[in-house]
Write a protein that binds this ligand. Sequence first.
Ligand SMILES: O=C(O)CCC(=O)C(=O)O
Length: 289
Amino acid sequence: MYKNMSFCLFIVFLFYFRSSSSSFLTSSSSFTAGQSFLNNWPSSQFINGGWVIPHNLTDLTGPCNIKRLNRNQDTLSQEEFVKKFAYNEPVILINVTDQTEFRMHSTREQLLSKYGNYSITVTTANTHSYPKAEMTLNDYVNIIMKPQEEGRLGSDTLYHFGDNDREEWAELFSMYNIPPYTVPGLEPVISFGLAGPGTGVPFHIHGPTFAETIYGRKRWFLYSPKVRPLFDPNGSTLDWLTNTYFSLPINERPLECVLQPGEVLYFPAYWWHATLNVDASVFVSTFLA
Ligand SMILES: O=C(O)CCC(=O)C(=O)O
């Protein structure tokens, strides 16, 4: 009887071991580096980093009509990047960066415990990102970082993106792997942001940029420099989606895509772009200047 009992215990142990290790492998299988960090890492934390903000906004996702290149399947040299994309059109690059370490250190718990009392700059979520204000990261995350209210202007919504104190945040920022392509003659400068679901930045333009989310999905809308989109610079992207996007004829709709962590968007200089955070998001843009 004892023999049978130990056999049963052995089977139960084997079953438990196999199911816990396979769920770990599923949640992190696309990451090859930094595996040592992942021991004892609960898979749900790895997926959302604790950045979950419930909301009852309608589905914010949409189609994807931007060219996508997966570096596990397609090759793209720096020369090809310059010839095809750097000056011409947006592209989504998949599996080009490994942000495992940065992800580990930008969970809600990690950021608040290390940087919670630091002062950060928040801007209004309008086209000009102005005016600006200062507050602690704790206050921003706990009080401000909420779902976007429909009808609330972008100019009445506070958003944390950029104006980061590079000395205070040096340790975290050094863990960020800049996308491995460049536009000749330009240097990368990173901007870090955190924002609630349904928030975003309305249309604006600047130099060539790489952008990715570390946690959460973000929907991007883009128009070429030749087409000035119809938008209110003080309105929110959510209101633009509801009031303008859906009434545009299909051939006047923007290029767009919902980016997941692990996907990097590149767009050339002066492309109009607007963002909409589908989930609470932690994100980085690399401006080439
Ligand atoms: O990610 C965002 O919400 C804003 C990013 C942006 O507008 C940019 O990279 O220019």
